[in-house]
Write a protein that binds this ligand. Structure first.
Ligand SMILES: C[S@@+](CC[C@H](N)C(=O)[O-])C[C@H]1O[C@@H](n2cnc3c(N)ncnc32)[C@H](O)[C@@H]1O
Ligand code: SF4
Ligand code: SF4
Length: 363
């Protein structure tokens, strides 16, 4: 399909009524999406994170990926190629890391915009750039602040190594800088819901809104895909199993069972996503972690057709789809699976509350 036809389809799409879109079969929808919507690009510009969340490979994987930082010149070259191969795309500069750890973060955002692309950021906000004015004036396309509590006692469980009072102070500073710069950047607080932290959602929502930030909360899940597979196969270390079974409301075993019903739905990542690490190595997708195992090749040195072919034919994907791991990891975007997962999480919460009531009564 020519670039001209793609442009026409993108222009028409917002005018197609939702009911009509809902009646398009999933297979057709996925085909159209992969053909006409630009791939989302995910780039880690640093190689690590300042926290060790137990649901994230930084907290649950003993063999960490190499540590380092991308330099601005390499980033510019990568963006030159991306702008040619994926015009109109959004560039999220985070996957398994925190982009605010890069001392030149503001320059990286500017490079994305100079290339006519949209930038997206996500941070635990325990650390913010010294140049907050520059950050606000860069008018990034959006910043997500990820957290899991309002008090340290609760927050520290799932955001291990973080300090919620520092996060709150940084939220205040960020809000003030954005207002001062009259910035167009939207900030959204994303509250990860666990069994242990539901009581503090309201407090955080009020705080976030008082600063002019958006707020959303959703069930936390376990990452990366290799870790979920290990859990199901009974090969995960004791401490990780304990965290999963004590804290996750979205019970993995039940969630995987429910995902089986959708296992024939193809994984959209190979056709809709491009993931690159701080060394410029393309990764199989955003849901796998081990770059020693899942690097596809250098983005700058590999022709796009070859990358595409490698993404679409990676041997691990067969294993992943066979176990429905691809469905579990992208449940947010699956309108049929979402209510089922909602029900699983609510049942787990109910069970948790009943047990706690029993424990309190018997103390
Ligand atoms: C792995 S994080 C990396 C970016 C940054 N360090 C952060 O935490 O926002 C990428 C995205 O995953 C989300 N995330 C992290 N842990 C999660 C969990 N257990 N369940 C659901 N989403 C999670 C974060 O909110 C963030 O938007
Ligand atoms: S979820 Fe984000 S903040 Fe937590 S360890 Fe992973 S990358 Fe860091
Ligand atoms: S099938 Fe699994 S490993 Fe392959 S791209 Fe999809 S989520 Fe990633």
């Amino acid at each position: 399909m020519s670039g001209f036809s793609k442009k026409i389809v993108r222009k028409i799409s917002p005018f197609v009524p939702k009911w009509a879109k809902n009646n398009i079969p999933t297979g057709v929808k996925n085909f159209l999406r992969s053909k006409y919507v630009p791939r989302t690009v995910v780039i880690d510009i640093v190689g690590t994170c300042n926290l060790k969340c137990p649901s994230c490979p930084n907290g649950n994987t003993p063999n960490k990926n190499p540590i380092g930082m991308m330099d601005l010149v390499t980033f510019e070259k990568i963006l030159d190629k991306i702008a040619l191969e994926h015009p109109g795309t959004t560039v999220a500069i985070y996957n398994w890391t925190d982009q605010f750890l890069h001392p030149q973060i503001v320059d990286f955002i500017k490079v994305i915009h100079v290339h006519g692309l949209k930038s997206l950021l996500s941070s635990n906000l325990n650390f913010i750039p010294a140049d907050l004015k520059g950050l606000a004036e860069s008018n990034s396309g959006g910043i997500t602040i990820s957290l899991s509590g309002f008090t340290q006692k609760v927050y520290g469980i799932a955001h291990k190594g973080g300090d919620i009072e520092i996060v709150k102070e940084n939220m205040r500073k960020l809000s003030a800088a954005l207002k001062e710069a009259n910035s167009s950047t939207c900030v959204n607080v994303y509250y990860h819901k666990y069994k242990h932290n539901l009581d503090e959602i309201k407090l955080m929502e009020e705080f976030a809104k008082s600063l002019g930030f958006g707020f959303g909360a959703d069930w936390a899940y376990f990452m990366p895909i290799e870790g979920v597979k290990k859990y199901i196969d009974g090969n995960l270390p004791e401490a990780d199993v304990k965290f999963i079974e004590t804290n996750l409301a979205l019970n993995i075993k039940k969630a995987m069972e429910a995902a089986k019903e959708f296992k024939n739905e193809p994984c959209l990542f190979p056709s809709t996503l491009l993931t690159i690490d701080w060394r410029g190595q393309v990764q199989l997708c955003c849901a796998v972690y081990d770059s020693g195992r899942f690097s596809i090749g250098s983005y700058l040195d590999t022709p796009w057709k070859v990358i595409e072919e490698r993404l679409e034919n990676h041997p691990f994907c067969k294993e992943c789809v066979k176990d429905s791991l691809h469905t579990y990891i992208s449940w947010h975007g699956n309108s049929k699976l979402r209510p089922i997962y909602q029900k699983i999480a609510q049942e787990e919460i109910q069970k948790h509350n009943n047990n706690n009531g029993w424990q309190k009564k018997n103390l």
